[in-house]
Write a protein that binds this ligand. Structure first.
Ligand code: NAD
Length: 369
């Protein structure tokens, strides 16, 4: 047990819930990292983890990341995540997800779930049958639908900010952008970039996805391994994590790294330093790709697409703030982003302690405390 509490203590987690139901064979873990700013929101990943330890490590890591993403995006949310241990291709049933939904309901809104790797809108609609604390459901049910266009718009706004800061330009006319992965987000990002005058170089392992962007945006195709040394101004990772590492960073010819993928840096500290030393401006992934979270956050308050899109465009200003902080303190942009997020969590926490009487166990404000 001390392993679990040690891990929670090191990373600052509030609560970890192990969910098991015999009849449905549900094995899930819900991790609530930080609810200082608001309820913990984060997707539910379904993955065939080889061991329970790996599932726990993943949910602790991912839930912490959500606290930072929500904090930096200025949302009224905390960070959480869930994992269901199982094969997403063969083990999905209505009862499994309804059973998971009952555990989410049991947390009374401290954790709000959503789709993630291995789960879909349909799965979340089963969860919705048991709890209202779920987002990412279809537009027909009052949800926000596919988050990719808004994530792409946020990334595009972030690229514009990074171009302004690094190259002093207001538009992408004449700039070459290498997009790695032209799936859901990559496709819409290519559309935004092409409309702003960028020249696109794309790579993907899916030939149909590639054909679409070649046909629609006159993109040039480059090899999967050639993307790192491509002669481009901007490298936009929109596929996998950990593509910035000891092997790839020395190859980069670009001035900017800015894309949608999560966990782009294999080692958050060292590889951010390597990019900085090479004079490459890195847009911190969890800040530039916060559009998807902004989208589901809006679902909680009653979805308004215009409002969500306009908030995603705010990623321009957010990145400018991070870059200014990084310059002022001489730190990497990744460190600067962490500081901005941590400051907001701390400031909101202090505000709550100062101005609001603590809640008693029944949820009522107890003015005698
Ligand atoms: P997706 O699966 O639709 O697209 C990923 C694309 O990358 C696919 O076309 C796939 O074929 C391609 N790909 C896989 N391996 C590759 C490789 N080795 N080289 C080149 N291409 C490769 O996923 P998505 O929803 O577009 O998300 C892309 C990234 O952005 C992911 O890292 C995801 O976590 C992150 N992200 C997505 C959202 C969102 O709203 N969808 C929000 C935040 C972050």
């Amino acid at each position: 047990m001390s392993i679990i509490f040690d891990s929670m203590n090191k990373k600052g987690h509030e609560e970890v819930v192990f969910c098991h139901e015999k009849d449905t064979d549900l094995k899930a873990i819900i991790a609530i990292h930080n609810t200082t700013i608001g309820p913990a929101l984060g997707g539910c990943r379904m993955w065939n983890y080889p061991t329970e330890e790996e599932a726990l490590t993943d949910v602790l890591r991912l839930s912490r990341g959500m606290s930072y993403k929500a904090a930096i995006a200025g949302l009224n949310l905390g960070g959480g995540k869930a994992v269901i241990i199982g094969n997403a291709k063969t083990d999905k049933t209505e009862t499994l997800f309804r059973s998971f939904g009952r555990f989410v309901e049991g947390l009374s809104g401290r954790y709000i779930t959503a789709e993630d790797v291995g789960t879909s809108v349909k799965d979340m609609e089963w969860v919705r049958m048991e709890t209202k604390y779920v987002t990412g459901i279809s537009r027909a049910l009052g949800g926000s639908g596919d988050p990719s266009p808004i994530t792409a718009l946020g990334v595009f706004s972030g690229i514009k900010a990074t171009v302004k800061k690094q190259l002093g330009k207001d538009s992408l006319v004449g700039l070459k952008v290498g997009v790695q992965g032209v799936g859901h987000v990559g496709y819409y990002l290519c559309k935004n970039l092409a409309e702003d005058g960028a020249q696109l170089f794309v790579t993907d392992i899916d030939s149909d996805a590639l054909k679409r962007v070649v046909d629609e945006f006159s993109a040039d195709v480059i090899g999967v391994d050639d993307i790192y040394e491509a002669d481009v101004d901007i490298y936009a990772p929109c596929a996998l994590g950990a593509t910035l590492n000891d092997y790839t960073i020395p190859k980069l010819k670009c001035a900017i790294v800015a894309g949608a993928a999560n966990n782009q840096l294999e080692d958050e500290i060292r590889h951010a330093e390597m990019l900085k030393d090479r004079g490459i401006l890195y847009a911190p992934d969890y800040a530039i790709n916060a559009g998807g979270l902004i989208n589901v956050a809006n679902e909680i308050e009653g979805y308004n697409r215009e409002r969500a899109f306009s908030q995603a465009e705010g990623i321009y200003d957010l990145l400018m703030t991070i870059y200014a902080q990084a310059d002022k303190e001489g730190v990497t942009t990744h460190q600067a982003a962490s500081k901005v997020a941590e400051k907001r969590m701390k400031d909101v926490g202090l505000l709550k302690n100062v101005y609001l009487p603590k809640k008693n166990v029944m949820g009522k404000r107890d003015s005698s405390i």
